[in-house]
Design a protein around this ligand. Structure first.
Ligand SMILES: O=P(O)(O)OC[C@H]1O[C@H](OP(=O)(O)OP(=O)(O)O)[C@H](O)[C@@H]1O
Ligand SMILES: O=c1cc[nH]c(=O)[nH]1
Ligand SMILES: [Mg+2]
Length: 208
């Protein structure tokens, strides 16, 4: 699996803000928004473009647009904090939604929402979720996409654990990963170490 770590100094600074336990919900969301711009910018770097003529005030020249904008799929809740920023960068993208909550005992994803186009053949998909921990939630989401014919999936994550990367690699699913960091490991509760805590709670407050 292709893994791109976006370690630009500005990305590292935003991630540091997100990691800091003193960062409040609003500042965490702001840092995730800004980091998302950098991750999506890199994720789109090699997408094919279509050429179209453009008239400047001075002359005619070549212009470009994305030939096949990706479907954006935030994984609720935490991925919602990446959705608007990704959409601003790719305004003509369609958006689908998947809602998952990880069971704190079994660490298995429990689905509660799914809103996706019926067929995804020939369409690139960007899955937006700040956290790739065990990889269970991402693998579940990607299977929803491949069941609809997707063959070109990009996981856009603020943080990844080696265990989650291995899970995706072993799954054989058609995915590449763009992340700002591959952290050390998971702890006994399935949290990324050093990580940043619960990305949903850090944005929206604790539910339990
Ligand atoms: O790789 P995994 O072990 O599956 O863990 C990662 C998942 O955990 C978090 O969501 P969570 O289940 O906490 O839901 P939330 O976004 O509502 O907080 C995160 O946003 C991922 O979706
Ligand atoms: O560290 C982790 C692991 C899973 N989900 C999170 O939000 N944080
Ligand atoms: Mg959570």
């Amino acid at each position: 699996m292709d893994v791109l770590v976006v370690d630009h100094p500005l990305a590292r600074a935003r991630l540091t803000t997100m990691r800091d336990a003193r960062t409040d919900n609003a500042a965490f969301r702001a840092a995730l928004h800004e980091l998302t711009v950098m991750l999506v910018y890199e994720a789109t770097r090699d997408l094919p473009v279509a050429e179209e003529r453009v008239h400047t005030p001075v002359a005619r020249t070549a212009g470009y647009r994305l030939a096949n904008p990706p479907l954006l799929v935030p994984v609720l809740r935490a991925g919602l904090g990446m959705a608007d920023q990704a959409h601003k960068l790719i305004p003509d993208a369609q958006m689908g939604f998947v809602g998952l909550a990880r069971d704190e005992e079994t660490l298995q994803p429990t689905p509660y929402m799914e809103s996706l186009p019926e067929t995804l053949a020939g369409r690139p998909v960007f899955v937006l979720d700040p956290m790739l921990a065990t990889g269970g939630s991402m693998a579940y989401t990607i299977r929803l996409l491949t069941d609809r014919g997707a063959t070109d999936v990009t996981a856009v994550c603020a943080l990844a654990a080696p265990e989650g990367i291995k899970h995706l690699e072993d799954s054989g699913l058609p995915v590449r990963l763009i992340t700002a960091s591959v952290d050390e490991r998971l702890n006994d509760s399935g949290f990324i170490v050093p990580g940043l805590g619960d990305a949903g709670d850090r944005q929206y407050g604790a539910v339990h």
